[in-house]
Ligand binder design. Structure first.
Ligand code: ATP
Ligand code: MG
Length: 576
């Protein structure tokens, strides 16, 4: 049955990546009866990161595009490092990214019996043997790429002896590390992976799914390709470092005599100012450099989610970077661009003041409160309007005022006018300073009642427009300003004598108290939950995109800065 097809609209348009070209060629020539079946095969030994997200989008994306299927399979062959905590988080992350494995959730551990039988086939064919050398002896006799290894003295064991020893390994007669099963290939092969690699090791360890049923476990290399074969995966997509493993995978498939998936390698994703190895991410968590796997500074999917990234922005990022055959590093600002672009279209606007200074409008009536109107999102005509209260005492950003400004400064200064967004034009008359510190405590202004925003006579133009909040109506919120976790573009390539942790950015998190317009309370009630992926996400006008944090409660609002509005960190945008 042919269930996979080349989408009609794709036939002549848009350039395909090299993997799509291979798949389309296979479809045209009728390989695999026109099936396309991919899989995402994580090892549940850590949380997924943005690199995995690339692989998820690629594999599930191809399944979808060619009307094929995509499995989620946990390659859980190493019980010592794996845990259900990771299994659960991986499933959550794949779903959150918007992909569905339907009923096709598998575990390599489901195939342990089958894999064992495959090993027995190899033993019977004299293609595998039990070796009593220690791990050190095995690695000591492997040779180097230019010098052949030495054959194990156990290599000539008879089939009967091997079958007997292997079944006794399984039965638990031997202790960890005393014996292994090895493939009998070629100790002189220029490919080190072909020098009698280990297939099974003895490990008396509890497995998160098979419990204590097994005390021998297949090596990743022996499990991975065969698992793909069992699932009849047509295109096994993996990262470049597995290119050199491919001859070994092909050898297993050929010698065992089973269905052969086609392996295709692509370059793994690297991102500037980021580390992506699971070992390093785990170390950051363990050393307390970050507050857990979902710290918003982490490149993990749960970290990005908590920070306020949307699945759409991550999928768009994965699409934009494409698929490469050579290693490369993607600028982290592209990821930031993708989330900015998405939130610009979809997130509601709010006015929030992060570093407030008081503005008193001397000629405004003491007790008057006017309701001003502002559009929720100028990019979305259906987003509606919200009301915001205006009163005599307001707060603006301290950076939006200068006592002695240069010519090009179009914000507030003595004697100068600015428009308060959605309100009036005001003019600065005088300032009050603290006698002790000299710091400005109040800016006194007058307003021009003829300039109320939206009124026909309000067309008078001034150069600057500022955001503001009414002091007595403003809602306090904790705001966590995140910056890049590392100060070095490539922390994985440290200077001599240093480690990636020497480049941790001491200013990667600043916590401040912001004052936000009161609509923040009602708009949060309205959006609730997180089903649309956009709720709790806002543009604080002129500042950036912010997202309600998990720690937030109606009494104590907490926001994360997703990204600043412009690429330059934490600078208030110059007013047009
Ligand atoms: P490990 O060192 O534990 O094997 P890993 O990052 O390779 O780490 P896996 O769980 O084996 O983790 O990865 C699952 C899938 O995600 C694999 O197919 C792998 O090729 C892919 N993947 C992992 N990291 C990246 C990356 N940076 N870019 C693209 N794909 C990746
Ligand atoms: Mg891996």
């Amino acid at each position: 049955m042919i269930d996979a097809t080349i989408p009609e609209e794709e036939k002549n348009t848009r350039s395909r990546n090299f993997i799509e070209e291979i798949i389309e060629e296979d479809l045209r020539t009728g390989v695999n009866e026109g099936r396309v079946h991919t899989r995402f095969p994580p090892e549940p030994n850590g949380y997924l990161h943005i690199g995995h997200a690339k692989s998820i989008c690629l594999n599930f994306g191809l399944g979808k595009k060619y009307h094929g299927k995509t499995n989620l399979r946990f390659d859980d062959t190493n019980p010592v490092k794996e845990d259900v905590e990771y299994v659960d988080s991986i499933m959550e992350d794949v779903k959150w990214l918007g992909f569905d494995w339907e009923e096709r959730l598998f575990y390599a551990s489901d195939y342990f019996e089958q894999l064992y039988q495959y090993a027995v086939i190899l033993i019977r064919k004299e293609k595998a043997y039990v070796c009593d050398m220690s791990a050190e002896e095995i690695s000591g006799t492997r040779g180097t790429p230019t010098r052949p290894g030495q054959e194990s003295t156990y290599r000539s064991r008879s089939v009967e002896e091997n079958l007997d020893l292997f079944s006794r390994m399984r039965a638990g007669e031997f202790s960890d590390g005393t014996r292994v099963l090895r493939a009998k290939i070629d100790m002189a092969s220029p490919n080190m992976h072909m020098r009698d690699p280990v297939l099974y090791r003895i490990l008396h360890a509890h497995h998160h799914r098979t419990g204590d049923q097994w005390c021998i476990y297949p090596m990743y290399d022996f499990a991975h390709g065969q698992s793909d074969s069992i699932e009849r995966i047509t295109h096994s997509i993996c990262t470049l470092e597995f290119e050199v493993h491919r001859p070994l995978y092909d050898w297993f498939i050929r010698e065992i005599g089973i269905y052969a998936p086609r392996q295709i390698e692509f370059a793994r994703l690297n991102v500037t100012y980021t580390v992506m190895s699971k070992r390093k991410l785990l170390e950051l968590v363990r050393e307390g450099d970050v507050n857990g796997w979902d710290d918003p500074r982490m490149p993990t999917i749960c970290g990005l989610r908590r920070r306020g990234f949307t699945p759409e922005s991550i999928r768009n990022f994965a699409d934009t970077i494409g698929v490469a055959k050579r290693d490369n590093v993607i600028d982290v600002s592209l990821l930031e661009f993708c989330v900015r672009e998405d939130l610009n279209k979809r997130a509601g606007r709010l006015m929030a003041v992060l570093n407030p200074v008081r503005v008193v409008i001397d000629n405004y009536p003491d007790d008057l409160v006017e309701e001003m109107e502002s559009v929720n999102n100028p990019e979305d005509e259906f987003s509606g309007k919200r009301k915001l209260p205006f009163s005599k005492t307001l707060l603006i950003e301290r950076e939006d005022f200068m006592e002695d400004p240069p010519n090009k400064f179009f914000r507030l200064a003595p004697g100068r006018e600015v428009r308060l967004k959605a309100a009036y034009i005001i003019r600065c008359e005088s300032v009050v300073k603290s006698p002790e510190s000299g710091e400005i405590t109040e800016i006194h202004c007058t307003y021009d009642p003829q300039t109320k925003s939206g009124m026909p006579e309000s067309n008078r133009k001034v150069k600057g427009t500022l955001h503001w909040v009414s002091e007595k109506h403003a809602v306090k919120a904790e705001v966590r300003l995140y910056d890049r976790l590392f100060t070095r573009e490539n922390p994985d390539d440290p200077e001599e004598g240093k480690s990636y942790r020497d480049y941790l950015n001491p200013d990667s998190l600043k916590v401040i108290t912001a004052m936000i317009e009161p609509a923040v309370l009602t708009s949060m009630d309205k959006t609730g939950g997180d089903d649309a992926g956009i709720s709790g996400k806002y543009q604080f006008e002129r500042i950036g995109y912010f997202s309600v944090d998990l720690d937030s409660t109606p009494q104590n609002l907490v926001f994360n800065r997703v990204v600043p509005l412009r690429d330059s960190w934490s600078k208030i945008e110059k007013v047009k």
